[in-house]
Design a protein around this ligand. Structure first.
Ligand code: HEM
Length: 409
C-alpha cells in the first residue's frame, strides 16, 4: 500500500488532486479509520458523516480544544488576536450559545435579504462577462468566480466597492489558518494581521452605522434582537468577519469547480445552457460532484462509539464530505455528473444539523444565476492550462482557472 494512503495523508499530492479516488478504498471499510498523518479519525461513509454532523457528543469548537492543548505554542501566541475573534463565531459554539448567535445573525441575514440580491447577481455576472478577452487565455477565477461573491457579500455588508481588493487580502490571510492550508509558512501571523486590520475596518463601519443606519447587514446586525439581548460589539465584528470570509472563498470555489465539471461533461453544459435542466437542481448535483467544502472537523466531548470504532474523549474526527458525496450506497454511479439526479440534494456539502450552512441560500442563488449566464454568453469556453488545486485540508478550490473563449454574446 502506498504510504500516503497508509497514513491517510489528506494533504498528499494525489489526495489533493483527486480526493475521490484517494478515499474510495477507505470508504469500503466500515467504521472510522485512524489517520496517523493528521492524528484524527476519518469518517467517509455518507451515513456516518451525516450522523456525526448532528451528534451532540461532538463539538465543532476545535479552536477551544486546540487552545486548551496548545495555547502556549508560538503559533497560537502569534495568532492570539485571530483566536480572540474566532472564539466568538457561531460556527464554534454549541447549545444555547450557538442558538442565540445563530438566530440573531439569521435575522440580519434573512431569506428576504438574500432574495433581494438576485438582480445584483445577474447584473454583476453580465458586467464581469463583458470584460472577458476573446481569443486569449484569462483567469476565470480572477475575472468572474472571485469578484462575483466577493462583491455581493461586501455589498450586503455595506463595504464600499473600492475596498474590495483589501478584503481579498484579508480573506486570504484568514483562510490559510481556518482552512488548514499546508503551504503557507506564516499562516498564524498573517491571520492575526488580517484580523487586526479587518476588525479596525469593521469597527469604523459599525461606528458610522450606529449614527446613520442603512439597509445593510452591519446595520441589521446592530439592530438585531431586543433591548435585553443584542449582539455585543465584539460579536458584531466577529460575525461581520465570518460572513465576509465565508461568503468569499467557498462560493468562488463552487463556481470554478462547477465550470471544470461542466467542461468535462459537454452534454451537461449544453443542458444547463439551453435550460433543459433546472438550474437549481443542477447546482445541487454540482455541489455533490465536486464540493467546495471537503472536510468538517469535530472533537469528541466524551468517549463515543461510532460504527464499531471507539473514539476517546478529546480525539478529532474528520468528516469527509467529498467521500460521503460519492458514496455508492446513496448515489447511483456516484462518479458520474448527472444534472437530473433526483437525490443530489442529499449531499453533505453544506453540512447538516445545527451548524448547517447559514449562507446556503446565498451560495445557491449565486451559482444558479451565474453559471447559466456564463455558459450562454460565452462561445467555445475551454480550459487553457493545467488545474492546480490548493493544498488545503478543509476546502477544495483551484489556485486559478485559465480558460479561453472564441466569442462573446
Ligand atoms: C457553515 C459550507 C457558503 C456562512 C457552513 C458549513 C459548511 C459550509 C459545510 C458547516 C460547518 C460545520 O458543520 O462545522 C459552505 C459552502 C458554501 C458556503 C460549500 C458555498 C458553496 C457560505 C456563504 C456564507 C456562509 C455564502 C455567508 C455569507 C456560513 C456560516 C456558517 C456556515 C455563518 C456557520 C453556521 C453555524 O455554525 O451555525 N458552511 N458554505 N457560507 N456557513 Fe457556509
Amino acid at each position: 500500500m502506498n504510504t500516503a494512503l497508509e497514513s491517510l495523508d489528506l494533504l498528499a499530492p494525489e489526495a489533493i488532486a483527486d480526493p475521490y479516488s484517494f478515499l474510495a478504498e477507505t470508504r469500503r471499510r466500515p467504521g472510522l479509520t485512524w489517520s496517523s498523518r493528521h492524528k484524527a479519525w476519518v469518517a467517509t461513509r455518507h451515513g456516518d458523516v451525516t450522523a456525526l454532523l448532528r451528534d451532540p457528543r461532538l463539538t465543532a469548537n476545535r479552536v477551544g480544544t486546540y487552545l486548551r492543548k496548545h495555547g502556549e505554542s508560538p503559533g497560537a501566541q502569534a495568532a492570539a488576536t485571530f483566536y480572540r475573534v474566532a472564539q466568538e463565531w457561531m460556527s464554534l459554539k454549541e447549545g444555547a450559545d450557538h442558538s442565540r448567535l445563530r438566530s440573531l445573525v439569521q435575522r440580519a441575514f434573512s431569506p428576504r435579504v438574500v432574495k433581494d440580491m438576485a438582480s445584483l447577481v445577474v447584473e454583476l455576472s453580465d458586467e464581469f462577462v463583458d470584460t472577458f478577452p476573446v481569443g486569449e487565455p484569462f483567469d476565470l477565477l480572477e475575472r468572474f468566480a472571485f469578484p462575483l461573491p466577493a462583491t455581493v457579500i461586501a455589498g450586503m455588508l455595506g463595504v464600499p466597492v473600492e475596498d474590495r481588493d483589501r478584503f481579498k487580502q484579508w480573506s486570504q490571510g484568514l483562510s490559510a489558518l481556518v482552512f488548514a492550508a499546508s503551504d503557507v509558512a506564516d499562516r498564524h501571523e498573517s491571520a492575526a494581521r488580517a484580523t487586526d486590520e479587518l476588525s479596525a475596518y469593521i469597527a469604523d463601519l459599525i461606528a458610522e452605522r450606529e449614527v446613520s443606519p442603512r439597509d445593510d447587514l452591519i446595520s441589521h446586525l446592530i439592530e438585531a434582537g431586543s433591548k435585553q439581548d443584542k449582539l455585543t460589539h465584539l460579536e458584531i465584528v466577529a460575525h461581520a468577519i465570518l460572513l465576509l470570509f465565508a461568503g468569499h472563498e467557498t462560493t468562488t470555489n463552487l463556481i470554478c469547480n462547477s465550470v471544470v465539471a461542466l467542461l468535462a461533461n459537454p452534454s451537461a453544459a449544453d443542458a444547463l445552457r439551453s435550460g433543459d435542466v433546472d438550474a437549481g437542481m443542477a447546482v445541487e448535483e454540482l455541489l455533490r460532484y465536486d464540493s467546495p467544502a471537503k472536510t468538517v472537523i469535530r472533537v469528541a466531548l466524551e468517549d463515543v462509539e461510532v460504527a464499531g470504532t471507539r473514539v476517546p474523549e478529546g480525539d478529532r474526527i474528520l468528516l469527509i464530505q467529498s467521500a460521503a458525496n460519492r458514496d455508492p450506497g446513496v448515489f447511483a454511479d456516484p462518479d458520474v455528473l448527472d444534472l437530473t439526479r433526483a437525490n443530489a440534494g442529499a449531499h453533505t456539502s453544506f453540512g447538516s444539523g445545527p451548524h448547517y450552512c447559514l449562507g446556503a441560500p446565498l451560495a445557491r442563488l449565486e451559482a444558479r444565476l451565474a453559471l447559466p449566464i456564463l455558459l450562454r454568453r460565452t462561445e467555445g469556453l475551454a480550459l487553457a492550462g493545467d488545474l492546480s488545486w490548493q493544498p488545503n485540508l478543509l476546502t477544495r478550490g483551484l489556485e486559478r482557472l485559465d480558460v479561453t473563449i472564441s466569442g462573446l454574446k
